[in-house]
Design a protein around this ligand. Structure first.
Ligand SMILES: Nc1ncnc2c1ncn2[C@@H]1O[C@H](COP(=O)(O)OP(=O)(O)OP(=O)(O)O)[C@@H](O)[C@H]1O
Length: 609
């Protein structure tokens, strides 16, 4: 039986190239190697106590079954005389051995406790470290990663799959500690009877080989669990995030069906795993009990061993069998978790992702101009979104990007903010390639109001000061005033301290947009990028924002993407982008006079109004 663990473990280790495959996770142990080593040391002590306990048990049983017989000796004189009391009376020997069994049992329990404590502490540390690494990994990713990755999948990895990783660690720790005890047990068995031990090994190894085929099947099915979990989390997330659209389209029933289907899929997948994984233990239990009972009968009938040795041998074997079954159960369980490991490794891998390469020059502010030269960009291979863009944005000027939806305006703005890297061409800032600038210093001098504003679940004050932690109260109030947000903020129950977002009050689209503008203004940026700033604002507010832009943009470089041309009437340069290329650029008035593309858009907008 004791070969069962090494054989099946070895199979898994070989089949999956365990250490290499799990290197990304296992290397985390270096951060808490002392506590992990202590866990192994305590477990080894506990296993040794177990071994001594078994020896004392044999002496105890012999004293009970044949009190007058020659006492068992270890051959170590001082130990036999002083500890086992070889020269003492039969009763005294029995008392001494009983006391020794109690002491070793208590010591084993204490070492086990300490070992478990270290294992649990290592486990929570490992999970904490992995969570931090995932965050670091996500934060360092180029934004294109998030475009490709489903947020449901990422959230599933951070929640469900992390829990599965924790369980894997628990299982692995169990394997290590129990293997130590198993080794002690196995040595003891061989000491008592190598012949019976060999028979046991053969019979239980046969059993192990049979059961390992079940484990293989479990492992294969485990990948389906991760997939089903990912799918379910995506469904749930989509339903919650898109709840307004769901209600507006009256598709609750459709969504319910999809949700039930995803949840049902998890049930179905787990069921298919349970059918096999739960079979391993009872099957192993029944078969091994049959083997054990047959062996006892054979040994008794043939008078092969003394009754005390036979009892101790089978006592050990009886304890060994459930232990190996537990270990086998853990291996089966670990097989079900393989999908979680793959998922995590997918996120932690670095060779298949693109990272922001930080520059080394500090950006102190724009001195002359931003120059975009022959720039090409694509999100996906061979599908250019921007083609041969050449454009100069001079310091202190306001440049408006206009054009049909999907033309590439937001993408161009994102490239200037270095959210993405151009695939060809370059962006120069005062003659220096954008890549050479330290990203943090660049973004400190920049403020971006995106089409989609994001409001954090915290106070309005924190939302405005987000990214500008040193902003004073006066600066926050002034930014809110300039963004025309102060009026509605002061009407809120706790003013600037009102909590907004999931745990607070709901803000209207326009109010959110104004908070986002205040967040940009409080940064006192050198370069301001406004992506459709008026899209969620009413006409009166639009007027106020327009005035704000006129005042606030003095001395700053502003890139505005707007569909409402009233916002950009004072722009120094208008750039018309269509299907990824610049089709026209020039001063607002002169472009209108040219009666080209811009004039056409202008006409359409006036007709709509
Ligand atoms: N993250 C992304 N991944 C893949 N394709 C994208 C991504 N973001 C935008 N695109 C595609 O790139 C093209 C340009 O999009 P972009 O948002 O830059 O256009 P836009 O001119 O700003 O449009 P709008 O005026 O509607 O905001 C579109 O075809 C869009 O589908």
């Amino acid at each position: 039986m004791y070969l069962k663990l090494p054989t099946s473990t070895l199979k898994i280790l070989q089949a999956t190239n365990f250490w290499q495959n799990n290197y990304l996770i296992l290397r985390e142990f270096k951060h808490f190697r002392i506590i992990a080593s202590l866990a192994i040391v305590f477990s080894a002590f506990a296993a040794s106590c177990e071994g001594f306990g078994l020896g004392f048990l044999l002496v105890f049983l012999q004293s009970l079954t044949t009190p007058g017989a020659e006492p068992l000796k270890t051959g170590i004189e001082w130990f036999d005389i002083f500890i086992l009391g070889i020269n003492a009376s039969a009763n005294e020997r029995l008392y001494r051995v009983s006391a020794l069994i109690i002491i070793t049992t208590c010591m084993r329990a204490s070492f086990n406790y300490l070992g478990q404590l270290c294992i649990q502490f290592s486990e929570i540390n490992l999970i904490d470290n992995l969570r931090r690494r995932i965050f670091g990994q996500l934060a360092a990713q180029s934004l294109s990663y998030f475009g490709k990755k489903n947020s449901g999948e990422l959230i599933n990895t951070l929640t469900n799959e992390m829990e599965r990783i924790r369980q894997i660690f628990g299982g692995m720790a169990f394997l290590v500690t129990k293997t130590l005890t198993l080794v002690v047990y196995s040595i003891s068995l061989f000491v008592f009877s190598w012949q019976l031990s060999i028979v046991s090994v053969l019979l239980f190894s046969l059993l192990a080989v049979g059961l390992s085929t079940l484990n293989k099947q479990i492992r294969e099915r485990s990948f389906a669990i991760t997939k089903a979990n990912d799918h379910f989390t995506s469904r749930a997330l989509e339903f919650i995030e898109g709840i307004r659209t769901v209600h507006a389209c009256s598709t609750q029933e459709f969504e319910q069906q999809r949700y039930y289907q995803a949840s049902g899929n998890i049930v179905k997948t787990w069921k298919s795993v349970y059918w096999i994984s739960l079979l391993v233990k009872p099957l192993a239990e029944s078969l091994s009990t049959m083997i054990l009972i047959s062996m006892i009968i054979m040994a008794l009938v043939t008078g092969f061993m003394k009754i005390s040795s036979l009892l101790t041998f089978f006592f050990i074997l009886f304890r060994l069998v459930p232990m190996t079954q537990d270990l086998n159960g853990v291996i089966a369980f670990l097989s079900t978790q393989a999908g979680a490991v793959e998922n995590l490794k997918d996120i932690l891998k670095t060779d298949d992702k693109t990272y922001f390469e930080n520059g080394h020059l500090e950006f102190l502010g724009l001195q002359r101009a931003i120059e975009i030269i022959a720039l090409n960009f694509s999100y996906e291979p061979h599908k250019l979104v921007l083609k041969d863009i050449t454009l100069t944005i001079e310091k202190g000027k306001m440049v408006a990007l206009v054009g049909a939806s999907g033309g590439g305006k937001s993408t161009l703005a994102d490239l200037i903010a270095r959210f993405y890297e151009p695939i060809d061409g370059k962006i120069l800032i005062d003659g220096l390639n954008l890549r050479e600038l330290e990203i943090d210093s660049l973004r400190r001098k920049m403020a971006i109001v995106s089409q989609k504003t994001f409001i954090f679940n915290t106070s309005i004050r924190n939302n405005i000061a987000y990214g500008t932690p040193k902003a004073t109260e006066a600066e926050i109030v002034e930014a809110a005033r300039l963004a025309n947000a102060l009026e509605f903020i002061t009407k809120l129950p706790q003013g600037l301290d009102t909590i907004v977002g999931a745990d607070g009050i709901e803000l209207s689209g326009g109010q959110q947009q104004r908070i986002a503008i205040a967040r940009a203004l409080v940064r006192n940026p050198d370069i301001l990028i406004l992506d459709e700033p008026t899209s969620a604002l009413d006409a009166i507010t639009e007027q106020v924002i327009q005035e704000l832009l006129e005042k606030f943009t003095v001395g700053r470089t502003v890139i505005v993407i707007a569909h409402r041309f009233s916002t950009i009437a004072k722009a120094d340069k208008v750039v018309v982008i269509e299907q990824g290329t610049i089709v026209e650029q020039g001063a607002y008035q002169s472009l209108l006079e040219q009666r080209g593309k811009f004039w056409k858009y202008y006409q359409i907008q006036n007709e709509v109004r």
